[in-house]
Design a protein around this ligand. Structure first.
Ligand SMILES: Cc1ncc(COP(=O)(O)O)c(C=O)c1O
Length: 414
C-alpha cells in the first residue's frame, strides 16, 4: 500500500505496522534489551541471520517505525534515527571520514555543525574546507585528493541562502564523492532527498518534524545511490562486498552509530512519529505566514533589511522557486540597523518567544550574534550571515494577523 500513497498520506500511515492490539499509534517499546528463548536465537540476530531487536542503543521497534516513515518520505532508502540532529551529522560524517580526510563544506552552516567540523573533528585529524555553496566553480576547484564528502544545508540557518543542490550533486558525483545535505530547514515536504539528488541526508528532527518544540532528535538517510566501491573509500570495501549500495547504512549501523551510542529514547521516537503527521499542513502555514511577515517587515520604516528567499528581490528566489515548488520555508531574518534597537524589538514582542530553537508551532525569535553565534569571530559571523542587528524569526502557525500585530507594535515602539 505504502508504495502507492502520496506524501501527505505517508506522513500519517507510512511505516506503521498494525500489531495484534489494533493500536493506531506506534507502541512505545520502552525496553533496553530484548530476550530470546535460546542462545542460538540471539546468536542468529547478532549475526544478521534473523531479524530482531537486541538492545535499544542499536535498534528499537518504536524508533524503527519512525525510520521507515522518514525513509519513505525521501523517496526510499534507509533511515537511522539518532538522539539529536548533531548526533546524526556527527555519526554520518564519522562514518565516511578517517584521519587525514577532508570535508568540503558550505560556509553557511548552523553554528553547531561549523564547530563540529572546525573544532571537534580536527582534533581527530579530519579537516574541513569551507566554501560558498553558491559559487559552483569555487566548490569544484576546492576538491582535492583528500576530499571525501561535500556537505551543505539546503536552506542555510541562519544565512537563508539557497544553494542549487542538484548542481552541487553533479559536481560531487563528477569527482566521485557523496553529497550529504542537512534538510532541517527545508524538510522532506519542500523537497525530498530523491528530488534534490542528494546521496545522504543528516538532519534535525527536533524542529519541523516534531513541530511542537517538545523533542530533540535527528536522522540519517541513506538513499542507497552512491557507489562506495571506489579507491577514495577503501574502508567501505568489506561493507560494499556484503551490502552493495547500502554499504554506508551498514557501516553506520554496525560500527559508528553502535559505537558512538547516540540513540534516541523510544518515547522521543513516539513523539516524533506523532508530530510528523501534520508536517504538510504546518509547513504550508509556516511558509505562507513567513512570506506575509517578510513583506510586512520589508515595508516597515524601522526595518533596515529583510532576508527571506520568498521575496522576489532575494538573490536566490529563482533557485528556491525551482527547487522547492514555490514554498520558501518558515525562517526569515531582518535587522533594524544596530544591536540596541534589535534588542528593543525582541524585548517588545509579546507573542513571539525569545529562545534558541526553530520549527516550533509558536513564533520564535533570537539575536544570533549575542547567543548561538556569540563564540564566533566577526568574519565567521559574516560567513554565517549574522550581523550585530540580525534578528532570526521562526514564523509559527498562529493567526498571521496576530504575528504581524506583534512585530508592528514592537517596531513602532523603537
Ligand atoms: C540546520 C540545523 N542543523 C542541525 C541542527 C542540530 O540539531 P539538534 O539541535 O537537533 O542537535 C540544527 C539545530 O538548530 C539546525 O538548525
Amino acid at each position: 500500500m505504502e508504495k502507492s500513497l502520496r506524501f501527505d498520506s505517508l506522513l500519517v500511515h507510512g511505516g506503521l505496522e498494525s500489531g495484534p492490539s489494533g493500536a493506531t499509534s506506534v507502541p512505545i517499546v520502552q525496553s533496553s534489551s530484548f530476550a530470546y528463548p535460546t542462545a542460538e536465537g540471539l546468536e542468529d540476530v547478532f549475526r544478521g541471520r534473523a531479524v530482531g531487536s537486541v538492545y535499544t542503543r542499536i535498534g528499537n521497534p518504536t524508533s524503527e517505525a519512525l525510520e521507515r516513515r522518514l525513509a519513505l518520505l525521501e523517496g526510499g532508502g534507509t533511515a537511522i534515527v539518532t538522539a539529536s540532529g548533531m548526533a546524526a551529522i556527527t555519526t554520518a560524517v564519522m562514518t565516511i571520514l578517517r584521519a587525514g580526510d577532508e570535508i568540503l563544506s558550505s560556509s553557511s552552516l548552523f553554528g553547531g555543525t561549523f564547530s563540529l567540523f572546525r573544532d571537534t573533528l580536527s582534533q581527530y585529524g579530519i579537516t574541513a574546507t569551507f566554501v560558498d555553496p553558491l559559487d559552483l566553480e569555487g566548490v569544484r576547484s576546492a576538491v582535492n585528493e583528500r576530499t571525501r564528502l561535500l556537505f551543505v544545508e539546503t536552506i542555510g540557518n541562519p544565512k537563508l541562502d539557497v544553494p542549487d543542490i542538484p548542481e552541487l550533486a553533479r559536481i560531487a558525483h563528477e569527482v566521485g564523492i557523496p553529497l550529504m545535505v542537512d534538510t532541517t530547514v527545508s524538510t522532506p515536504y519542500l523537497a525530498s532527498g530523491a528530488a534534490l539528488g542528494a546521496d545522504i541526508l543528516a538532519y534535525s528532527t527536533s524542529k519541523y518534524i516534531n513541530g511542537t518544540g517538545t523533542t530533540i532528535g535527528g536522522v540519517i538517510i541513506d538513499r542507497g545511490v552512491f557507489n562506495w566501491n571506489s579507491p577514495r573509500f577503501p574502508h567501505f570495501e568489506m561493507f560494499h562486498k556484503k551490502y552493495r549500495q547500502f554499504a554506508f547504512t551498514a557501516r553506520v549501523r554496525k560500527l559508528v552509530h553502535k559505537d558512538l551510542g547516540a540513540c534516541p529514547s523510544p518515547f522521543n521516537s513516539y513523539l516524533l512519529t506523532e508530530g510528523i503527521q501534520t508536517l504538510a499542513l504546518r509547513m504550508d502555514r509556516h511558509c505562507s505566514s513567513a512570506l506575509t511577515l517578510a513583506r510586512f517587515l520589508a515595508s516597515h520604516p524601522k526595518v533596515a533589511w529583510v532576508r527571506y528567499p520568498g521575496l522576489e528581490d532575494s538573490p536566490q528566489h529563482a533557485v528556491a522557486r525551482k527547487l522547492y515548488g514555490g514554498r520558501f520555508g518558515g525562517l526569515l531574518t531582518f535587522g533594524t540597523g544596530d544591536k540596541p534597537s534589535s534588542f528593543k524589538v525582541i524585548n517588545g514582542l509579546t507573542l513571539a518567544k525569545n529562545l534558541a530553537n526553530i520549527g516550533d508551532a509558536k513564533t520564535l525569535v533570537i539575536h544570533p550574534a549575542s547567543t548561538i553565534c556569540a563564540d564566533y569571530k566577526s568574519e565567521e559571523k559574516k560567513l554565517m550571515g549574522v550581523t550585530e542587528d540580525t534578528i532570526r524569526v521562526s514564523v509559527g502557525i498562529e493567526d498571521v494577523s496576530d504575528i504581524i500585530e506583534d512585530f508592528k507594535q514592537a517596531l513602532d515602539a523603537i
